[in-house]
Design a protein around this ligand. Structure first.
Ligand SMILES: O=C(O)COP(=O)(O)O
Length: 218
């Protein structure tokens, strides 16, 4: 039985891509830079917002000082528009309620900035998570396992009965780097094959299948 489940946020719990793309293109337009399609943004997300901003910035604007400024522009817009189009994936709110009712401890582990992660989780899934941890200054991003270890410690959770759930190879690697089993979900931003290639221990195509996996060994 899994006692603790750590969820990735973007592409796993919430479909955030429209709002991330809108914020990115808003910044690109403000700066007179080329814009990108939603699909192009989908490929850029996953390594934190600083990395996203660096990727959509033209080559000449990728130094630290420019990225600091662009990150501030992005964050100002995204902070005001992060819920315009963002929605939970099908079946996720009910899944989270049932897992909580079954006594399973739930946490979020995201590369999204910590304040944005908390705002979104509080808005879409109030009261479902025991702990939400996004990217904090000075803490390395996933797949570094430091954030997972910090979450497990704060929850007094046993890693041998914890599962990491995410939509990208970064999430699978993060789980494995921290010594956890890792389940890839196929409804998110990355392909099924990329999750297989990353060595996912399990794959789930639906929230129901994920529920069976988590509760199945009860
Ligand atoms: O902001 C990102 O890069 C992605 O965040 P995630 O870790 O929730 O997928």
């Amino acid at each position: 039985m899994y006692q603790t489940v750590l969820f990735d946020l973007d592409g796993t719990l919430l479909d955030t891509i429209e709002d991330l793309a809108a914020a990115g293109n808003h910044v690109c337009r403000e700066n007179g830079w080329p814009v990108y399609s939603v699909e192009e943004f989908r490929a850029m997300v996953g390594h934190g917002i600083r990395n996203l901003v660096t990727q959509f910035s033209p080559e000449a604007y990728r130094d630290e000082a420019h990225v600091d400024g662009t990150l501030a522009q992005f964050s100002a817009y995204y902070g005001a528009h992060s819920m315009d189009h963002t929605r939970p994936y099908s079946g996720i709110p009910a899944l989270l309620s049932r897992l909580r009712d079954a006594g399973i401890c739930l946490a979020v582990c995201s590369n999204k900035a910590d304040d944005f992660s908390r705002q979104l989780i509080e808005h879409y899934f109030p009261g479902r998570f025991s702990l939400v941890r996004g990217k904090l200054d000075g803490v390395p991003v996933k797949p570094d396992p430091a954030v997972v270890s910090a979450i497990l410690e704060a929850l007094h959770a046993d890693p041998t009965t914890a599962l990491f759930v995410g939509d990208s190879s970064v999430d699978i690697q993060t789980g494995h780097n921290a010594g956890l089993a890792a389940c890839g979900v196929t409804w998110g931003f990355r392909s099924r094959q990329s999750l297989i290639d990353a060595g996912a221990d399990f794959l789930s195509d639906t929230a129901d299948a994920l529920e069976r996996l988590i509760l199945g060994s009860l």
